[in-house]
Each structure stands twice: as C-alpha cells, then as structure tokens.
Design a protein around this ligand. Sequence first.
Ligand SMILES: *Cc1c(COP(=O)(O)O)cnc(C)c1O
Length: 432
Amino acid sequence: MKFVSTRGSAPPATLSQAIRHGAAPDGGLYMPERIPAPDWSRLDPDVPLAAFAAEFLKPWFAGDALESELPAICAEAFDFPVPLVAPDPAQPSLSALELFHGPTGAFKDFGARFLLACFDRIGDRSAPLHVLVATSGDTGGAVGCAAEGRSAVRATILFPRGRVSSFQEKQLTCWGEPVDALEVDGDFDDCQRLVKAAFNDRPLSDALRLTSANSINIGRLLPQAAYAAHAVLQSFTGSRIRPGVVAPSGNLGQGFSFLLARTMGAPVGPLLLATNANRTLRDWYENGRYEPRASVATLANAMDVGAPSNFERLVALPIRDRGLRVELVDDGAITRRIRADFEASGYIWCPHSACAAEAYARLSEAERADRPWLVAATAHPFKFADVIEPITGAPIAAPPALAAIEHRPTAKRAVPARLDALVEAIEGRVDA
Ligand SMILES: *Cc1c(COP(=O)(O)O)cnc(C)c1O
C-alpha cells in the first residue's frame, strides 16, 4: 500500500514513512492510493475493539515494516472501554458513543496511543524520535500520557504560561520520562510558531528527529476509523439498519474518520458533522466555497478552528464518498442543550459533545425515528466542569482516571518564546 500527497507532488511513501513524517514534503496530507477494504466476513462486532481493529486495519499495514506489530499496537492503543450508552430512555433512537474513558478523558487518547505505539516501533532506542507538540487542550495531555515510559520516542509539550486551566496544566505536566513540559512565556500562537520554526529548520529537525502528533497524521485517523466501524457494526448487527452518526468537528479528524470507515464498507448511514460557531465548514457545505477564517473562541474550545486541517483529505475523496451534512451550533445553543438534556435525563454532555447532541435534536422527528443514531461524546464532562457546572448547577465528580492525574506530582521548565531557547531546553534535557 502506497501513500500519496493530496497536493500530488511528493514521492509516494510507505505507511511507516507517512506516520513518521506526518505531513507530506509538498505540504499536502498523506492519503492511500486507494482506500482499502477489510475482509468483512472476518469482522465480528462482538470481539473486543483491540482485536477488531487489528483485523479492520490489516490492509492498511499490508507490506509495511509495522505489519507484524499491528496486533500489539492495537492492544496498547485500545485498552479502555468504548461504551454505547442510552442517555435518555425517552429518546430510544439515540445512543452516545462514549469515547472518553481513556486515561486523559477525551477521544484524543485513541489517536495519541496508537500514534505513539507506532513511533516507538519506528524509532530506535539509541536514536529516539522526538514528538514536539504545542497544545492548549486535549492533545498535549493525551500525547504525554501515551509517551510515558517509552524508550524509542520522547515527547516535548509546549504550553502557554497562564493560559491553561489548573487541571489542564496538571494534565500537561504530570508525565514521567521521557516526557518534558515546557511553559512558554507567550500565548498559544507563540507556542505554535516555535514548533513550526523548529520543524522548518531542516538541519535542526533532522538532528533532533522531530515529529509531530497533530491531527493531520494518518496514524491518528486510523484508530478513529476502527472505533467508528466497530460501533456502527454493533448497532447495525442488532437493528439491520445503518445507524446515522453525529460527530462534533474541529479539524475534521474524527468526522473524516467516520467517512473513512464508511468508504471502507462500514454500515454508516447519514453522517452529520456538528461545528461550534466557527463557520468555515458550514459555509462550505451551504455555498460550496472553502474560505478559511481566523478562529473564534467558544465554549467548545477544542473545536475553535477556522481552517480545518483535514479538509484537504475530505475533498481528496471521490465525490460519491463525501456524503455528509454540517450543522452549526453556537454557544447559546450549546448551553441550552446541556441544560435541557441534564434536566430531562440527568445525562451531561461536554460542550463539544453538546454540539452533536444539539444537531441530533434538530433532526426532524421522522428522521430521528427512522433509524438508530450514534452521537459521538468526545470528552468527559469533568474536563469542562468550569463551563458545565454553572449551567447545570450540579457538581461533576472526577472519574478515576482523571482523579489519578490530580494526585500526580508535576514538573515543568520555563522557556522564553524563542527558538534558540527551545533548542537549548531540548538539548539540555537530551544530554542529561
Ligand atoms: C479535538 C476535539 C474535538 C474535535 O475533533 P477533530 O478531530 O479536530 O474534529 C472535539 N471534541 C473534543 C473534546 C476534542 O478534544
């Protein structure tokens, strides 16, 4: 299986190379030459997700250096439950696909664990890969957790001083070797600028064997396509009706993963993407024009994206495989949805999941009754307790995994927002 760039002027890569490099050298995103189909006769929705994923992803890994490692990679990545729950007995067609039972409480755990399990096998103990990630939200914590204890990959997390909540800071600074948390004297854009500058300095990025864990890496999308296929197949096997799916969308990583699963033959019915007030995707859906904009801050801040990075992959799919709808949900609607569903059933959505729940609620009664619907719930509400508790008036208890984070010791180092200072911090650590 060869991987080609969405911009068409990079040499074809193997899967391992595509994962190692993240973006293609021509600035495009890696896509397979053709999207493969698994052997559906061997896919049983009743087997655990790790075993299901190893079978489902087999054709992607065929002939690659990582082929024989796929079952072990899946066993490492999918080691927590992914329940389909009924949040409200009065809405029998609605299931929440709870993607937040991993160690850092958001669906980013899937991509980070799968990707780091791959990096650890691509890297070398004597020459580890080095993941450099700028974060203000869920990715940094998931990457730190997934990197902890590994020997052929290390991770450096950059976060802006004074701009993350105290729980977020805990989650970025609590991981042991080989994870390093750097508190940058600047804002999130400064952190991103530093990471970009480091990657663009070729001698530096080669010498440090830098790699990225952001959502353009095909290694983050594959595990998401696997849980997507597993969940819809479970629903389909019971009802014999293709379930509709509603997924919250920022960089279009998760939304694209459901499309990928469908293109691979998974029984995904209508696919509805829910954005927050960032309207780039909605405008494209309505008028066919893709016009990236500056992002606006919303309650669903992990989706504050004005230029969805996986959009290039969406338009690289044949038109027949692109079927989706886009619904925009602003902060007022997020707040009302969290309150209404809490009052009706006691179920609590995080602000991102609430965008999807609201998009489901806007379907016509006939559409809702027509088939089962899976709403992707992307983060544990505890992570956004500061937003949710004032809306519901009820305290949210920490689940065990997140409570464990609160009790971990933390460490961070301060760095000025300059590339030379970043390099010094990294090299000081590597030599130590
Ligand atoms: C990252 C994130 C999203 C958006 O996912 P994309 O793959 O970027 O579309 C939604 N919800 C939560 C909680 C997230 O962390």
